[in-house]
Ligand binder design. Structure first.
Ligand code: ASP
Length: 338
C-alpha cells in the first residue's frame, strides 16, 4: 500500500462545514480537511481539487456529471479517488457514480460526516482517514461509500439515521468490507473477477418523477405529470401493490404513460427485501397487463439514478428493460426469470 497517489475531491457537506448564524455551511477547504489527517502521508500522496462546495441538499445530476467527468479526466494519473460529500444525498451520488463510472479497477470512495471536522467529537477524521486508507488498498475498486466503519457498494447505501455516526446501511447486500482500528476486513474480495475496461458515461436524463402511493391516492394525478416527465417511478406498497379503489385510476394512468412511450418503473416504499409484483393479485394484474419493470432488490436511490442514466442513453423500452435488469456494481441480485 506504499506510495499510492490519491485525488481528494472536496464538494462540501457537514464534514467541511462551519457554524454560522444561519446554520452550518460548507466553508472548510479540501487542503484544510487534509490537514486533519497528517498520518495519511505515511502511505500516500494526496492532491486536492474542489469543483464545488455545496450542502448536498443542492447536489443533483449536474454535479454527478461533473464528478464523473473529473474522475475520467484524472483517471490515469491516480490510484484512487476520495470524494468528500454531504451525507443527505450521498447515497444518490454514490448510485449515480456507480452507473457513470463502471468497471473501475481503481476505487472511487465517497465519504462525509455527521459532525464538522473541526469539532472535537467529530466522526469526520475517522471517516476521512478510513476512506483514504481504503482508497489506497490494492483490493479496493469501484464506487463505494466509506462511513462509520463500513464500506458499502455505491448502489447499496441508504442514509437511515439523521444524527448518529452509523448513518448508512447496506441494503439487501452485505457491506463490501469493515474498517476496524485501521484494519480493513473484506467480506467481498472480488477485484480479480473484473475483466472489463473502465467505462464512463456523461449522459443523464433527469426527467424522472417519483410518486409515493399513500392510502387513498388518486391515480388521475399522474395524468398531470405526463407531459413534463419521461419516466415515472411508483413507490408502491409492500412487494408491489398498486391500489384500485374502484375507479381503476392507477391502471389507467400506467396505460396512458406506457402508450405514450414513457417508462414506468415499480418500486417499493419498504427499504429492505425488495419488490416482487407477482406475489399478490394487486400487483400481478398490473405487471401482466403492462409488463413494467420493477425494482426487485435494488434500493430506491439506485432505481432513480439507474433510470436517469439509462434514459440518458435510450428511450427504447426494450433496451431500457435490458439495461435496468443488468447488474451494475452489485445493484441487483434478484434477477427475474426468463
Ligand atoms: N446537510 C448536510 C449535507 O448533506 C448533511 C451532511 O453532510 O451530513 O451536505
Amino acid at each position: 500500500m506504499k506510495n499510492k497517489h490519491i485525488l481528494l475531491i472536496a464538494t462540501g457537506g457537514t464534514i467541511a462545514s462551519r457554524h454560522t448564524q444561519q446554520g452550518l455551511s460548507p466553508q472548510i477547504s479540501g487542503e484544510e480537511l487534509l490537514g486533519y489527517i497528517p498520518e495519511a502521508k505515511a502511505f500516500c500522496r494526496i492532491d486536492v481539487i474542489s469543483p464545488f462546495s455545496l450542502d448536498s441538499t443542492n447536489v443533483h445530476w449536474k454535479q454527478w456529471v461533473i464528478l464523473a467527468g473529473l474522475i475520467r479526466e484524472h483517471y490515469e494519473a491516480y490510484d484512487g479517488f476520495v470524494i468528500c460529500h454531504g451525507t443527505d444525498t450521498m447515497a444518490y451520488t454514490a448510485a449515480a457514480l456507480s452507473y457513470l463510472v463502471q468497471h473501475s479497477r481503481k476505487p472511487v470512495v465517497i465519504t462525509g460526516a455527521q459532525r464538522p471536522i473541526d469539532l472535537p467529537d467529530t466522526d469526520a477524521r475517522t471517516n476521512l482517514m478510513d476512506s483514504v486508507r481504503f482508497a489506497a488498498d490494492d483490493r479496493a475498486h469501484d464506487v463505494c461509500i466509506v462511513f462509520g466503519g463500513l464500506v458499502i457498494a455505491g448502489t447499496r447505501a441508504k442514509k437511515e439515521r439523521t444524527k448518529s455516526y452509523d448513518a448508512f446501511s447496506s441494503i439487501n447486500y452485505p457491506p463490501v468490507a469493515v474498517i476496524q482500528e485501521r484494519r480493513i476486513i473484506f467480506y467481498i474480495d472480488d477485484k480479480g473477477q473484473e475483466i472489463q475496461p473502465v467505462c464512463f458515461s456523461d449522459q443523464i436524463n433527469p426527467n424522472v418523477f417519483l410518486y409515493r402511493v399513500i392510502p387513498g391516492s388518486d391515480g388521475k394525478l399522474l395524468d398531470v405529470l405526463m407531459d413534463r416527465y419521461d419516466a415515472l417511478i411508483i413507490e408502491s406498497f409492500g412487494v408491489g401493490g398498486i391500489p384500485d379503489y374502484g375507479d381503476g385510476s392507477f391502471r389507467e394512468a400506467i396505460r396512458k404513460w406506457t402508450d405514450a412511450g414513457k417508462v414506468v418503473v415499480m418500486a417499493t416504499q419498504v427499504p429492505n427485501e425488495g419488490s416482487d409484483m407477482s406475489v399478490y393479485e394487486v400487483g400481478h394484474a398490473v405487471k401482466n397487463a403492462y409488463n413494467i419493470p420493477e425494482s426487485y432488490d435494488m434500493t430506491l436511490e439506485a432505481v432513480i439514478a439507474k433510470t436517469m442514466w439509462i434514459l440518458g442513453k435510450t428511450r427504447d423500452r426494450k433496451a431500457f428493460r435490458e439495461l435496468f435488469y443488468t447488474n451494475v456494481n452489485h445493484d441487483l441480485l434478484f434477477l427475474p426469470e426468463g
